[in-house]
Design a protein around this ligand. Structure first.
Ligand code: 4AD
Length: 572
C-alpha cells in the first residue's frame, strides 16, 4: 500500500475486510473493491460480497481526496435493495432469453420440417386441362382465356399467408402478374423461391377484375409451375447484391446484374430501336450499309487518342472512325453508312467519353456543305420521328425522359466565330487563364454545354478553324481561316455529331499530310480516291451513346451501352 493511501485509511477501524467504494474515482466495471481498485457504487460492493464467503465492511468516500468511512446502515440497506432488484431483473431477462431461444429453435425446427415435408409434395399437370401453348409475355393479350406456358425470371415476389403467392414475371418482352394458390405454394420450390429465379408457369391469362391493376391489364392464374434455374436467398440474394445504396462505381462492376433492372433494360431496348431506326432511315434514302475493319494502320482523328497494338509484329490501331473506308466505297456503292465500334484512348473521365463507342457514320458523294447540314438535320429528326411513332418505344422514352418532345423547328445554325462571341458576351471565360475566348481556341466541353443548354435547342455549329480540326477538312472558299466542318450540339449532352466536307483534290490532300507531319505512305489507298474520279463529298459520325444520353436523358454515356469501357474499366 502506498504511503498516500495508507494516510487516507488512517484511523479507520472496521470489523470485517473492508470493501472500498470511491464515488469519484472508482469503477464498478474495472474495480475489485480493494483500495487500489475501488468500486464506484455501494451496489457493486454488495454484489461482490454476495458472491464471496467472509465478513466484509463497506467503506466509502465521496470526495476525491477524502478519507474512507464505514457505510451508514441506511446506505447499506439501500444498496442491498438495489442489488436484489438487479438480481431479480437479470434472472427475468435470462428466463425470457431462454424462452425466446426455445421459440426460435422450435420455429426453425418447424420450418425445417415443413421444408422436408414439402419435398414430398409433387406437382403434376392435370391431363384434363388443355395443352399449354408456349407464349411470350408480349403476346398475352392475344391469348386471354387460353391455357399458356410462359417462361421468364421472377422480377418481384410476394407471399400472402400459406396459400397465395404473387409473382411478377419478366421475359424481356414485358411483365406479367402471376397468381399461385393452394398446393402450388406448398412445394419445396415454392418455399425456397427467390427473386431472379428462372421459372416456367402454366395457366390461363385472365383480365384483372374491375378496380384492380396489373401490367397489361391481365394476370396468369397458374395451375402448374416449375423452377428452371433457382436463385439464392440469404446474403447471396439478388436484393443484397444491388440496392439503392450501392456505390455507383460498384454498379459498373455489377453491370451484368444492373441490366436486369427496369431502367437499364429500358435504355437498352430504346437503344435497339434507335439503331433499327437509323438503319431504316438510311434504307429510306438508299444508303448502303458497309462493315469496315476495326483493326487499322491509319489514324483519322489525331494520334493522341489511338489505341495501339501489335499486329503480327507491326504497329496497328483500333479504329477511331470508319470515315476513310466509307469514302473509298463511294465510287462503287454511292452513299454509304456503317454502325460499328470506334475506339478512343480518352484519358479524361467525363460523362460523354467512352473508350469504345458505337459510331454511326455516313458518307455522301456529290454534295455541298449546305447539303451536308441538311442531311444531318433530316436524319436526326427522322430517326426521332420513327422511334416516337412506336407506342412501346415512345412509352419508354417518356418514362426515362418525362417531357421529351421531338424538335419540330429548324436546328439553329451558328458559326464557330459567333459561338466565341456568344461565350464572351455571356461572360464565360477560358478555364486556363480566366480570359476571354479568342478565335482559334478549342471550345471545351463545359462552356459548349453551357451555351447549348442556355440556347436550349439543337445547334449546327459550323466553320471551325483548320488548326483545331482533322487533316482532311477543306478550307471554305470565302474564309480560308475556317473549314467546312460541323458539330451538332444537343441540350444536356453537347456534341453528338461531328462531320465535314473532305479535301477532294489530290495535291491539296498531299499538302495537308505534309502540314500535319503525317507520313502519307500508309494512306496510299485514301490518296488513290483523289486520283481515280474524285468528287466533292462529305459525311459525319454520330455517337449512338451520346444520341441516347440526349434522347433518354441519361447523365452519362456509360449508362447508354451494354458494358461501358472507360479509363480503368474493361470488365465485365
Ligand atoms: O467528331 P468525331 O471525332 O468525328 C469523327 O470521328 C469523324 N471521322 C466522323 C465522320 O465524319 N465520319 O466523332 C464523331 C462523333 C462525336 O460527335 C461523338 O458523338 C462521338 O463520335 N464520339 C464519342 N462518343 C463517345 N465517346 C467518345 N470518346 C467519343 N468520341 C467521339
Amino acid at each position: 500500500m502506498s504511503a498516500e493511501l495508507a494516510a487516507k485509511t488512517e484511523g479507520l477501524s472496521v470489523s470485517g475486510t473492508p470493501v472500498f467504494v470511491d464515488k469519484v474515482g472508482g469503477s464498478d466495471e474495472a474495480g475489485r473493491g480493494t483500495q487500489e481498485a475501488p468500486f464506484k457504487t455501494p451496489v457493486a460492493a454488495v454484489a461482490m460480497m454476495a458472491e464471496r464467503q467472509g465478513e466484509f465492511t463497506v467503506v466509502v468516500r465521496s470526495e476525491a481526496d477524502g478519507a474512507y468511512e464505514e457505510i451508514t446502515a441506511t446506505a447499506l440497506k439501500k444498496a442491498k435493495n438495489a442489488h436484489e432488484l438487479a438480481v431479480k431483473k437479470a434472472k427475468k431477462q435470462a428466463e425470457q432469453a431462454a424462452r425466446d431461444r426455445t421459440q426460435i429453435e422450435a420455429q426453425e425446427a418447424a420450418t425445417a420440417q415443413k421444408l422436408e415435408e414439402s419435398k414430398q409434395i409433387r406437382l403434376e399437370q392435370d391431363p384434363a386441362l388443355a395443352a399449354a401453348k408456349e407464349i411470350r409475355i408480349q403476346d398475352a393479350t392475344a391469348h386471354r382465356g387460353a391455357r399458356v406456358r410462359v417462361s421468364g425470371w421472377v422480377s418481384r415476389l410476394r407471399t400472402q399467408g400459406r396459400d397465395m403467392m404473387f409473382v411478377v414475371l419478366r421475359d424481356g418482352t414485358g411483365h406479367l402478374q402471376c397468381i399461385l394458390s393452394g398446393r402450388l405454394c406448398h412445394t419445396y420450390d415454392a418455399l425456397t423461391l427467390e427473386p431472379e429465379a428462372a421459372v416456367a408457369l402454366y395457366g390461363v391469362v385472365r383480365e384483372v377484375p374491375a378496380g384492380k391493376t396489373a401490367p397489361g391489364g391481365h394476370e396468369l392464374v397458374v395451375d402448374y409451375w416449375e423452377v428452371v434455374g433457382a436463385a439464392p436467398g440469404g446474403s447471396e440474394a439478388f436484393g443484397n447484391r444491388l440496392n439503392a445504396e450501392t456505390d455507383p462505381s460498384l454498379l459498373y462492376q455489377q453491370r451484368h446484374l444492373v441490366i436486369r433492372g427496369d431502367t437499364a433494360s429500358a435504355v437498352l431496348k430504346v437503344r435497339a430501336r434507335v439503331m433499327r431506326a437509323f438503319r431504316e432511315h438510311f434504307d429510306s434514302v438508299s444508303y448502303v450499309e458497309v462493315t469496315p475493319p476495326c483493326m487499322v494502320q491509319t489514324q483519322v482523328e489525331g494520334g493522341s487518342t489511338l489505341f495501339a497494338f501489335n499486329y503480327y509484329g507491326e504497329e496497328a490501331y483500333l479504329t477511331q472512325s470508319s470515315q476513310l473506308y466509307l469514302e473509298t466505297c463511294l465510287p462503287s456503292l454511292g452513299a454509304v453508312y456503317t454502325m460499328a465500334e470506334s475506339y478512343r484512348a480518352e484519358k479524361s473521365n467525363t460523362r460523354r467519353h467512352l473508350s469504345e463507342y458505337t459510331h454511326c457514320e455516313a458518307e455522301v458523294p456529290f454534295i455541298t456543305f449546305e447539303d451536308l447540314l441538311n442531311i444531318i438535320e433530316r436524319m436526326v429528326k427522322d430517326v426521332v420521328a420513327r422511334v416516337w411513332a412506336e407506342p412501346e418505344t415512345r412509352a419508354m422514352i417518356e418514362q426515362l425522359n418525362p417531357g421529351f418532345a421531338p424538335c419540330d423547328e429548324p436546328f439553329l445554325r451558328m458559326r464557330y466565330e459567333e459561338a466565341i462571341k456568344w461565350l464572351n458576351d455571356a461572360g464565360i471565360k477560358r478555364a486556363e487563364d480566366g480570359k476571354d475566348f479568342e478565335f482559334g481556341d478549342d471550345i471545351p466541353e463545359a462552356p459548349e454545354r453551357k451555351m447549348t443548354d442556355t440556347i436550349g435547342r439543337p445547334i449546327l455549329l459550323t466553320h471551325f478553324p483548320g488548326p483545331i480540326k482533322a487533316f482532311y477538312m477543306p478550307a471554305t472558299k470565302d474564309d480560308p481561316r475556317v473549314t467546312e466542318s460541323v458539330d451538332l450540339l444537343m441540350p444536356n449532352v453537347g456534341e453528338i455529331v461531328g462531320g465535314s466536307m473532305r479535301i477532294w483534290d489530290h495535291d491539296d490532300l498531299a499538302a495537308a499530310y505534309a502540314r500535319e507531319g503525317l507520313d502519307p505512305a500508309p494512306y496510299y489507298w485514301y490518296l488513290d480516291q483523289r486520283k481515280y474520279g474524285s468528287c466533292p463529298h462529305g459525311g459525319f459520325g454520330l455517337g449512338i451513346e451520346r444520341f441516347l444520353a440526349w434522347l433518354t436523358n441519361r447523365h452519362s454515356v456509360r449508362d447508354c451501352c451494354l458494358y461501358p469501357r472507360f479509363v480503368g474499366r474493361c470488365q465485365p
